[in-house]
Design a protein around this ligand. Structure first.
Ligand code: BG6
Length: 524
């Protein structure tokens, strides 16, 4: 199978539809107040405030809204404006408007807090009420946990104790960022803590991959076309590959990443969510409850990884020094804050099976890693080879036997270059019977109105949980991965890390994982 050749592409189908001002089904939210806990932290600076600013400038926020930031840093409203202005202008260097920022910052407030002290939460309603009156938001409140996970529990309990989860006079919603727990027990525990104050419909567990445009598109592509679904099963599909590769290293996040590693950071959430959208049965309706139900069925059907044959299913890696885009990059162990003897994996490849009628016997190969040669996220569906190649007598003498003909390949590109391509065989012009693969390629033009964070912030305001993860799914996905992670933790002294060079395609053992099955990864 030739994985390297890029077949000449034919004419491209492009999305030329103009952005629709009515947002095609996305409602304008009702007035609300957003309280960000951890407002001076990285997430708030890099994602939340820039996204809210952009939503505001594009007219997507309701007329009545305000943001109350809260963190340990001792500053006031104007100090907070300064910190956030710097963050927002850095996020949009080419189209940051000072004038619009000033308007936006009229809705931006700050209160310094010690989250360990109950006093702050008791005084929070008094801080909120005048703002709610001024901006006419009623008691519609969103509490965003932009905090280290260790602090979630205290803050959520205290919000509940202060009566702020009550929906008597408006809605009250809590947004929890990943990681949602550390293993199955801690995720159950966290669900219990949240459940003591908030109902499931008030709880919004983030996975920003779900809000990526071509991830949202998976269900449309599968279930709004009649030509793919009949083939979407074990009869026609040989295997599925899910890849999320990054050129970035751990950056400044060693404090979190050292104890998380790639399985907790990328597999428990993003990778398994992509798996469920690829594998699920058609939901009865495009509403979050029905979609979640079908995801649950997928996770219940995933065959547990056999712990006594782990090496046949899981490969781990950690990056050494190397070169990416012409620049020298340090090894993981030399990154700031990382232990010189760290055994934290920065790469994993995994093979799973889904034991149900549709997928029986079809392997799902998944991989994710940092500091790889290319950053991309995609789902590749490799179809089976044709059962009989009637041209063999002509092709074999010229070295184009059945094994050299690429079977059909459908690739859903999540990023970059979002789109969908289908590779198929055609006759090489002017030949007697030579075949060549060609590509039918759909690319989105860059017309996305909302980036992933903007989309989920709006959805949370409108109460749409489609792009959020249910408590049950968090527990099921942890249930699949926790035993594997635990077993691997017990083996960590035997890992020969680092085992891949920064800028490479990952550890050689990951290639073996597929080679043993007579397959090979798509080139990154
Ligand atoms: C986050 C992980 O959830 O996703 C990061 O914690 C990772 O380690 C990031 O870099 C990747 O997201 P994106 O949107 O840049 O592909």
């Amino acid at each position: 199978m030739n994985e390297e050749a890029t077949p000449p592409s034919g004419r491209q189908a492009t999305c030329t539809a103009a952005p629709r001002p009515d947002f095609c089904g996305i409602e304008k939210p009702a007035p609300c107040g957003i309280v960000i806990f951890g407002a001076c932290g990285d997430l708030s600076k890099r994602k939340l405030i820039p996204s809210l600013y952009r939503l505001f400038t594009n007219g997507h926020l309701p007329d009545g809204f305000f943001i109350l930031g809260s963190d340990r840093i001792e500053t006031d409203d104007s100090g907070f404006h300064g910190i956030m202005e710097e963050a927002a202008s850095a996020a949009f260097p080419d189209n940051f408007s000072q004038e619009l920022w000033l308007k936006f910052s009229e809705r931006l407030f700050y209160t310094a807090a010690d989250f360990n002290s109950g006093d702050f939460f008791v005084s929070l309603p008094a801080r909120l009420k005048p703002l709610e009156k001024k901006f006419g938001t009623g008691a519609n409140r969103i509490f965003y946990m932009a905090l280290p996970p260790a602090v979630y529990e205290t803050v959520i309990r205290r919000i509940g104790d202060a009566g702020l989860a009550s929906e008597e006079n408006g809605y009250s919603r809590v947004v929890v960022e990943k990681p949602f727990g550390f293993d199955i027990e801690s995720s159950r525990h966290l669900n219990g803590v949240i459940g003591a104050s908030f109902s499931e419909s008030q709880t919004f567990r983030m996975d920003h991959y779900l809000a990526k445009e071509n991830v949202q598109n998976i269900l449309m592509f599968r279930f709004a076309n009649s030509i793919f679904e009949p083939l979407w099963n074990r009869r026609y599909i040989d295997h599925v590959e899910i890849t999320i590769s990054e050129t970035l290293g751990v950056e400044h996040r060693a404090g979190y990443y050292e104890s998380a590693g790639v399985l907790r950071d990328m597999f428990q959430n993003h990778i398994l969510q992509l798996l469920s959208l690829t594998a699920m049965e058609p939901p009865a309706a495009f509403v979050s409850e029905r979609v979640r139900e079908e995801k649950v069925k997928v996770f219940r059907s995933v065959r547990p990884v056999p712990l006594d044959r782990l090496s046949e299913h899981v490969v781990l890696g950690q990056y050494g020094a190397g070169r990416i885009n012409g620049e020298e990059t340090p090894s993981y162990r030399d990154e700031p804050g990382v232990s010189k003897t760290s055994t934290t994996p920065t790469y994993a490849a995994m093979k799973l099976f889904i034991d149900n009628w549709r997928w029986s016997g079809v392997p799902f190969y998944m991989r994710s890693g940092k500091r790889l040669s290319k950053g991309k996220a995609e789902i590749a569906i490799r179809f089976r080879a044709v059962p009989h190649l009637m041209f063999s007598h002509i092709l074999e003498p010229i070295g184009q036997g059945r094994d050299n003909i690429d079977p059909n390949l459908l690739v859903l590109r999540v990023q970059p270059d979002e789109g969908i391509s289908l590779q198929f065989q055609t006759k090489m012009p002017d030949s007697r019977a030579c075949l060549r693969p060609v590509l039918m390629d759909f690319r989105y033009e860059k017309i996305f109105l909302l980036d992933a964070y903007e989309r989920v912030l709006l959805d949370c305001m409108t109460g749409d949980q489609m792009l959020f993860v249910s408590g049950e799914i968090e527990e099921l996905t942890w249930g699949l991965l926790s035993p594997v992670i635990e077993r691997l933790d017990g083996m960590k002294n035997s890992f020969a890390f680092p085992n891949y060079q920064a800028g490479s395609g990952g550890p050689a053992e990951a290639d073996d994982l597929m080679r043993r099955d007579g397959r090979q990864w798509r080139a990154l």
